[in-house]
Design a protein around this ligand. Structure first.
Ligand code: SF4
Ligand code: SF4
Length: 189
């Protein structure tokens, strides 16, 4: 009898409790900074062109072969406006085949691709989630703005400079670590 009452009390308390679940897709919970969505191409706002130079390393390394692209001569380089001799011409990712492994981001030497926060590109057609260069760049710009993105090579250079300054000045290693922390915070801010 006592156990039955105890059980009913548990049921009652659960019934009155606020739900912990969200009615997706009607309700969207805020995304965490670490959200790992589809890959997107980043935009170099200083020059006004993509970071991607079309080297195709990511295309070759993608385990699902869902990426394709073409490299072209960069007209801005010819006009002396950009240091990139080559630039991406076309780029396509079939997000329906992407397994979000992040290998493309790991192998890119040009800060040109990031795992964005985008996760809702659904489509009824089997191949309906092929995204082209403008859309990949839109996704990238949105991600850069949301995350206050700093190019990873700039971040690494700041950490290396802090470590070098600490070594030369005889400062304790803690200062170099502090530099690393600052760079990380800047990227997370
Ligand atoms: S995203 Fe990076 S690895 Fe892929 S083609 Fe562009 S520059 Fe090369
Ligand atoms: S995240 Fe993985 S599967 Fe998706 S495009 Fe990049 S390398 Fe290919």
């Amino acid at each position: 009898m006592f156990n039955a009452l105890k059980g009913m009390l548990v049921t009652l308390s659960t019934t009155l409790r606020k739900p912990v679940t969200a009615q997706y897709p009607k309700q969207h919970l805020p995304l965490q900074e670490r959200q790992w969505g589809f890959p997107a191409l980043t935009w170099d706002g200083e020059v006004g062109e993509p970071y991607c130079v079309g080297c195709m390393v990511c295309v070759r390394m993608c385990p699902t072969q869902c990426m394709s692209g073409t490299m072209i001569d960069n007209p801005k380089h010819a006009e002396g406006e950009s240091t990139r001799r080559k630039i991406i011409g076309d780029f396509e990712i079939n997000l329906g085949r992407c397994i979000l492994c992040g290998i493309c981001v790991e192998v890119c030497n040009f800060d040109a691709i990031e795992m964005s926060h985008e996760h809702e590109i659904s489509h009824y057609a089997r191949n309906g989630r092929r995204v082209d260069l403008p859309m990949l760049l839109d996704m990238g710009v949105k991600y850069q703005q949301e995350s206050n993105w700093i190019p990873p090579t700039k971040k690494k250079a700041a950490v290396a400079a802090a470590a070098k300054a600490a070594a030369e000045g005889g400062a304790p290693a803690a200062e170099a670590e502090a530099g690393e922390d600052t760079a990380e915070k800047e990227s997370e801010a």
